[in-house]
Design a protein around this ligand. Sequence first.
Ligand SMILES: Nc1nc2c(c(=O)[nH]1)N[C@H]1C(S)=C(S)[C@@H](COP(=O)(O)OP(=O)(O)OC[C@H]3O[C@@H](n4cnc5c(=O)[nH]c(N)nc54)[C@H](O)[C@@H]3O)O[C@H]1N2
Ligand SMILES: Nc1nc2c(c(=O)[nH]1)N[C@H]1C(S)=C(S)[C@@H](COP(=O)(O)OP(=O)(O)OC[C@H]3O[C@@H](n4cnc5c(=O)[nH]c(N)nc54)[C@H](O)[C@@H]3O)O[C@H]1N2
Ligand SMILES: [Mo]
Length: 742
Amino acid sequence: MSNKWTWREGDTQVVRSIARTAPGCHNGCGVLLHVRDGRLVKVQGDPEFPLNRGRLCPRCAVLPEVVYHPGRLQYPVKRAGERGEGKWQRITWDEALDAIALRLEEIKAESGAESVVFCQGTGRDVISYHSRLAYSFGSRNKLIFGPLHGNACFFPKVTTMAALFGDLAVADCAQAYPERYDYPEWQPPECMIVWGNEPIVTSPDGFLGQWVVDCMKQGTELVVVDPRKTWPAAKAGHWLQVRPGTDAALAMGMLHVIINENLYDAAFVEQWTHGFDELKDRVQAYPPQVVAEITWIPRQQIVDAARFYATTKPAAIQWGVALDHSKECLPTLQAITSLMAITGNLDVPGGNIIRGQLFGMGHLFDWGLDLLSDEQKQKKIGLGRFPLIDWMEFIPGEMLIDQMLSGEPYPIRAAWLQSTNTFACGVADPRRTYDAFKKMDLNVVVDLFMTPTAMAFADYVLPAATYPERDGVYLPLGGVTCTGTINKAIEPLGECRSDMEINLELGRRLNPEAWPWENVGEMFDAMLKGTQVTFEELRELGYLFDRFEYRKHEKGQLRSDGKPGFDTPTGKIELYSTVLERCGLDPLPYFEEPPESPVSTPDVAEEYPLVLTTGARVRGYFHSEHRQIPSLRRMNPDPITEINPQTAAALNIEDGDWIIVENQYGRCRQRAKLTEGLDPRVVSAQHGWWFPEKAGPEPSLFGAWESNINLLLPSGWTGKSGLGYPFKTQMCRVRKLAEGTG
Ligand SMILES: Nc1nc2c(c(=O)[nH]1)N[C@H]1C(S)=C(S)[C@@H](COP(=O)(O)OP(=O)(O)OC[C@H]3O[C@@H](n4cnc5c(=O)[nH]c(N)nc54)[C@H](O)[C@@H]3O)O[C@H]1N2
Ligand SMILES: Nc1nc2c(c(=O)[nH]1)N[C@H]1C(S)=C(S)[C@@H](COP(=O)(O)OP(=O)(O)OC[C@H]3O[C@@H](n4cnc5c(=O)[nH]c(N)nc54)[C@H](O)[C@@H]3O)O[C@H]1N2
Ligand SMILES: [Mo]
């Protein structure tokens, strides 16, 4: 890099950093933080950071508005009235941490460490420290990465790929090299399927959507599978407008075409895959005509897209959370992985590249696991219930809520909620979650703002620092192999502290031996142990890319025994999965109707005729965050449900009308947005809505009961594998909200 990490420009100090959390984001984009008189005045994309090359999302660009928002929590508080009354007493950090540690120790002495659960929402920067806090306390009951229900964010993909080929693959946009598109061996995908994903808006799991646009400029043609006409869908050579929840059928139909028309890579299949004949037999049940009826996609479009993907080399698949958001998502992900494999697009330039050393992610989500005794490890909720995910260092959220309510097989008594707005966003069936957390003896929330979750449940609320207010280690999420430092640019507001500092301070009180570091700097050195640089050295370097190569499977770089092949029991990519078979699951992919749909429950569909997909992300918000940030709120002032004009007209709904979206589980209020880009039989509703401007105390909870689409999503629908949850496949009806009612 040309400059050091900080320098002066006139009256401005510029600090080079990596955008992570807080506030929420999945990624690490290089930023230049401009500071004048100790105040953050401007954020720019860092043109020299290889991943984003100077570009930023609007949420990053308005960072000063978040940092200096008058609603920021600035002091630790303790509940002074009843839970939900909104009465708080300011206390010092020492008082707060001492009291929390004492109470946690009491609960541990009475009921065991496992009776305390550590919750975190989607993959934010706090993951490693949160994990270590749980383990060092003695509890393996930990939720990280995503929604509380059903392991339905990113990790289903990690698990499926680990089972089928022992590693993690991502679409190759040259993100593995600092030279990026200039790296001589890289070539752009000629075809990219964007499947159940809107990368331009979401940049999910460390994959930046701008890379798709960069590739398009270099000739990549898109195939987009999405019920909504998104920007990539509008630009795609093939847009497959799938019925929500039927992606597995589509993938099976594409496999049918590719296999029966001999468009697969026969040499690759022969040498590197296991179970092709069984897969071939299985896909015979999915001829394009049958799949067209299931998915609502015209037959010829399915055939054309399958042929295009199979005959265009190289071809990549970039997939999103919509595929995880069905009841049993494993077979969908399995069928799509099979598409990558039989076309020979895995581990090659411009295809889906394999990260290598999947378990190198270690520190990210299991830091400190070695601190747990074997006995405590065995007490993890759900162990043995879903054998495929036993190795995952998080618990099935659904089972947690059950256990919080029932106390069986052992009581859950306290929750540490760090970086999750569980109640307003992360769960299906918020009523049940509300009851469960109200039962706890102790709830601690660490957040930036007073959220509905903090208001409803917290006994203590601790104020977290945003990323410009602190140092940190950037560990990549997903397939990127670049590490760097987050560099503090300004002093924290009030008494805010970084999550890292909070966990170090509390950890020290609970288990000093597990937190031997004098300060966070020493702790970061320990985090970076595997990289052979210290935190300060890395800060000077700016970033560090792992060595990355293509065709690792040919060179024996994917298996611990050093032999060519893949890290699976057969040494090959398992189209027929022996791992799933051993777990009591179907070894081959298949399609299953969503639990409620016009096909599986025609009686429900009679009353609630519209298919409801929820939570398609919007640019200005990260889940339930940012509703209080004026320039972001202006981009999307109200909760939106998208409806086809034809459907709306029949219901006398006009663009901008307030409507009720409802089904047998619940209802909420959103605003209609009419769009031709949606099938008349489908509606798409935003998630994560609450209103920071409304009253906080119960019963309002910042209006979190009013427009919360998750009230329409039932609990109890985890599938056999434990992967997936039907966030995107419900049924509903909509009606116009009469003036003055609600
Ligand atoms: N209906 C529906 N529901 C969904 C989804 C959907 O598609 N449809 N998607 C689901 C998915 S995939 C996910 S991942 C979950 C996400 O669910 P959550 O992760 O619970 O998302 P948020 O509601 O944004 O909660 C994050 C909270 O943490 C705070 N925060 C942000 N960054 C930090 C930080 O670094 N430190 C601390 N201490 N606090 C921080 C924010 O202010 C916010 O209050 O939602 C799920 N819910
Ligand atoms: N701006 C912003 N970015 C975010 C987030 C955020 O809240 N805001 N959240 C982060 C998190 S935790 C996650 S998990 C990622 C998720 O990011 P994405 O994977 O992009 O997920 P979504 O936006 O939920 O949905 C992507 C697309 O899937 C489509 N879709 C809906 N139902 C179906 C279906 O059944 N099948 C198919 N094929 N497509 C369907 C939607 O119309 C949408 O266009 O984004 C991350 N990035
Ligand atoms: Mo997520």
